[in-house]
Design a protein around this ligand. Sequence first.
Ligand code: SF4
Ligand code: SF4
Length: 212
Amino acid sequence: MSLPGRGLAKGLAVTLRTMTRRTVTQQYPETPPELVPRSRGVIALFEENCTVCMLCARECPDWCIYIDSHKETVPAAAPGGRERSRNVLDRFAIDFSLCMYCGICVEVCPFDALFWSPEFEYAEEDIRDLVHERDRLREWMWTVPAPPALDPRAEEPKEVAAARRTADKLAAAQAAEAAEAAQAAQAERTAQEQAAQGRDAAGRPRDGEAGA
Ligand code: SF4
Ligand code: SF4
């Protein structure tokens, strides 16, 4: 048999206990949430890197990535060379009303064209506005956090090593060219000075001036 008022006393005890605890509720939107830097808020597109390979659209489990493109012919780089064709992006859109934020598209993109941004404030009154077209996806790009610093002991990435070797070669070729030009200028100056003093290139007095 339960005592009358026992439930009330139990409820008051819970109220008293929680009254003395620190509040953990954040009053959003007055207090923005503290998100971890790599939160999955929205997907950003860096379209310069997109080759329209369609991998992201094919792998998306929700089929919510829409891509349209056409082919363009690029003329041969040198006479007699072959023309090439390349894909040109016409449309890239993600429907965030279908997206389940699994991140597969970001993971599979082989050309680093998709990134996670922690921005999440893009709720809409009309569900159709949750389809973000390429311009909007590009705007999100400016909110993508910088990647974490590389481990100083890590091996240099292949691309960086190749770029550095090319830059070193270019700098060495430019330095050699500059040294050659300086040498030629010096030789010309010497020749002019000797001509002014009446001597030949080997420094001997010219004919008719030997006995003077
Ligand atoms: S996060 Fe997942 S569901 Fe959303 S677009 Fe990418 S692959 Fe599709
Ligand atoms: S996987 Fe990357 S490169 Fe390929 S279509 Fe998607 S965004 Fe573009």
